[in-house]
Design a protein around this ligand. Structure first.
Ligand code: NIG
Ligand code: FE
Length: 415
């Protein structure tokens, strides 16, 4: 029989339910169950039930964990990160503080292109070790699954190198990684005067090779002034779709360009950022069922507006919240901080945010059937928090309130 783990004495279990992203009022409808237990066999939840006194004695031959009346939720899913890159960009902080904008730094050859240089120079092992350490940190904050985008190589060879790093991380680190190819993240320096050639390279060489090697489940593109136009985005994403990949898009981050409507047109699983989305974009996403991945820490770090998450919920767009962890527009990987920002700046309610970082985030990476809720049959990715109720997590923003992390039925971290 598979190894069993009993989590007992749970004061409050809070979870969304189901296997696909929730929208509208349903996004805030979470199930709260007091005084209960979870039984895990192998990697899966097999039972959630009451907690009669002495329950643990019936499981004396199994591993047990006493939650001591604490809050328990599904493991957090960070559905938008740029995890693998060389170096950092704290050197640009001075420019930023003197008023240079994100796009001005990029246009002057810094920004993403600065990280591209460092990533190209970095060895496979160097990138692996650095990202492994970052994943350790994510796990401390309660992240049990994470999406990671390539896009700091911008040559076929270095993009493949970064995706291979993710593959090895997925095999060796407890946190699961869902890889996304984002080879059209910026036009690299060597193609400054030949951007069509670069797009042809991504479409005709890199993408087919990534698809053939099965290195990415999704393809994403930075649809933005100074990065890629709407037409260029359509060209790249259509090719990825033809190769069998699912689609994502960085849309309406700094300028409103119609990327949200393009996401609807192409059937993207998600459109991400959306700071500058307009009503037409919201309606298009709502109709097509595109998930909005909102990234409040990026708005904070770039000193930009906050995405109209409330308006999107009201318009029946499923909203997920993620960190956007990357060296340029948000060097912070604490998803709990993003949750608090969603509360204070998007005015999302705690229940809506819990859904946003569990079930809806799992939906944005095609994992809603396996992850994102606490129900029998789901993967046992579970958090025990140092609190008795959900509101407290948001109220105590900035502190790490995760007490214990269970990943695939194993206790991966205990404080
Ligand atoms: O999501 N917008 C594009 N990419 C990242 C930033 C990447 C970088 O600055 O290194 C983002 O914000
Ligand atoms: Fe991003």
């Amino acid at each position: 029989m598979d190894k069993r783990l009993l989590v007992y004495n749970i004061g409050c279990l809070a979870t969304p339910e189901g296997s696909s992203a929730k929208k509208g009022e349903e996004q805030g409808e979470i199930t709260i169950r007091n005084n209960c237990h979870i039984l895990i066999e192998g990697e899966k939840i097999v039972e959630i039930g009451d907690n009669p006194p002495g329950l643990e004695r019936a499981f004396k031959d199994s591993e047990t964990l006493n939650a001591q009346g604490r809050l328990v939720t599904p493991g957090l899913v960070d559905c938008h990160t740029h995890l693998v890159f060389g170096g950092w960009r704290h050197g640009e902080l001075g420019l930023k503080l003197k008023g240079a904008s994100y796009l001005e730094i990029l246009a002057s050859g810094g920004g993403i292109l600065n990280s591209v240089e460092k990533t190209r120079q970095a060895s496979f092992d160097g990138l692996f070790e650095k990202a492994y350490g970052l994943l350790d940190e994510c796990l401390l904050y309660g992240v049990t699954t994470l999406e990671a985008k390539s896009g700091y190589g911008l040559t076929t060879e270095s993009e493949i190198k970064c995706l291979e790093v993710m593959k090895k991380l997925n095999a060796e680190h407890p946190v699961d990684i869902v890889p996304t190819f984002m080879g059209a993240h910026a036009v690299p320096r060597e193609h400054k005067e030949s951007r069509d050639k670069f797009i042809a390279l991504v479409r005709d060489e890199t993408l087919p090779l990534v698809a053939e090697k099965g290195l990415a489940r999704y393809c994403d593109i930075f649809c933005e002034k100074g990065a890629f136009s709407l037409d260029e985005s359509r060209l790249v994403l259509s090719k990825a779709k033809a190769l069998g990949m699912a689609l994502k898009i960085h849309a309406e981050e700094i300028t409103s360009m119609g990327g949200a409507a393009l996401a609807a047109e192409l059937g993207c699983v998600s459109a991400e950022h959306l700071i500058k989305i307009d009503e037409t974009g919201i309606q298009a996403m709502s109709k097509a069922g595109v998930i909005a991945v909102c990234l409040p820490c990026t708005s904070f770090y770039l000193n930009e507006d906050f995405a109209p998450a409330r308006q999107m919920i009201q318009s029946n767009v499923p909203v997920a919240v993620a960190t956007d962890f990357n060296p340029g527009s948000n060097p912070n990987l604490n998803l709990q901080l993003a949750m608090s920002m969603a509360c204070y700046k998007y005015k999302m309610l705690p229940g809506e945010i819990l859904t946003a970082v569990t079930l809806n985030a799992a939906g944005a990476i095609g994992k809603g059937a396996e992850l994102g809720t606490l129900e029998a049959g789901k993967q046992a990715d579970i958090l025990v928090w140092d609190t008795e109720d959900l509101d407290y997590i948001f109220y105590r923003y900035g502190s790490n309130l995760v007490n214990t992390v269970i990943k695939r039925g194993n206790i991966a971290r205990r404080s």
